[in-house]
Design a protein around this ligand. Sequence first.
Ligand code: PEP
Ligand code: MN
Length: 351
Amino acid sequence: MIISMRLGATQKEIDHVCERLQEFGYKAHPIFGVERVVIGAVGSGENKEQAMESIEAAPGVDSVVAISHPFKFVSREGRAEKSVIRVNGHGIGGNEFIVFAGPCSVESESQLLETAEAVHKAGAHILRGGAFKPRTSPYDFQGLEEEGLKLLRKAKERTGLAVCTEVMSASEVDLVAEYADILQVGARNMQNFNLLKRLGKTQRPVMLKRGMSSTIKEFLLSAEYIVTSGNPNVFLCERGIRTFETYTRNTLDLSAVPVLEELTHLPIIVDPSHATGKRSLVPAMSRASVAAGADGLMVEVHPNPEKAFSDGPQSLRPADFAKLMQELRPYIDLWKVARTAAQRPALVRNA
Ligand code: PEP
Ligand code: MN
């Protein structure tokens, strides 16, 4: 269950609720938000109904909601309104379809600036690009690290696009957060729990990518780590999972989009580039992602894919990307109609 304390509830009232929860056999996890304190009660206490009634009657308590899922704070049961993460004037999870685009790796100033200008012109909202690269082989390009972050800053200054880039370890969170508007957790790090906990100590928006062998439950529990550690500004990215199929790099689990829409209030974007591994498949999977109701897309773009240091085969050329943005227009128009018709109440967060 989740207990929302009243605005201005005292520490004594909070402690009292935590003690009562323990008496009923629950573990209490208070989260001190900017406005109010919310307490997550985890475990299978014995008399759940009695416990809920008793806690509801305790001083300082506003409401008590039963949550059946193991992920409490990210669950829709606890909050019906979708979270909207505000970045550079855009709302991820709101009534605008957000497109992230850019190279897999930041390779050089000219490569990044050329790509940034092209994707900006084509209508992307956020520039992506890896400076710290999690590569399967130790012999592959590992990223320009801080020099890459500086180039991302330059590209932001040049285009006005907010920047999303990966952080691979807890010790690098402060450094990457100095340059990035959005901190990306890559698929390989989805269960790097120290990193997740450390990301809870910043308020910078975090894009959590689904681990390639992770279930939806594991995915949401990883998001729960960040939120319970103190950072509610989290959104999810479906990037394909590993199946027996080898024709595509991964299998895009598009059903994850409506499943996550049911289970969580966190926004969800789709990465058709890593999901398919093939440039030719990116447009169809992008259209399908819009139709499935995703909140946005992340697409890899490179000015010269044959010479890319990483993920060339799945990278669109700038002209392909501009064409894709044009093709997506009618789909996004319909998406907007559906969004507005749904009139989902949204909780807007200013990160
Ligand atoms: C990336 O976005 O460049 C990346 C490495 O993706 P993933 O973690 O999904 O493999
Ligand atoms: Mn990549």
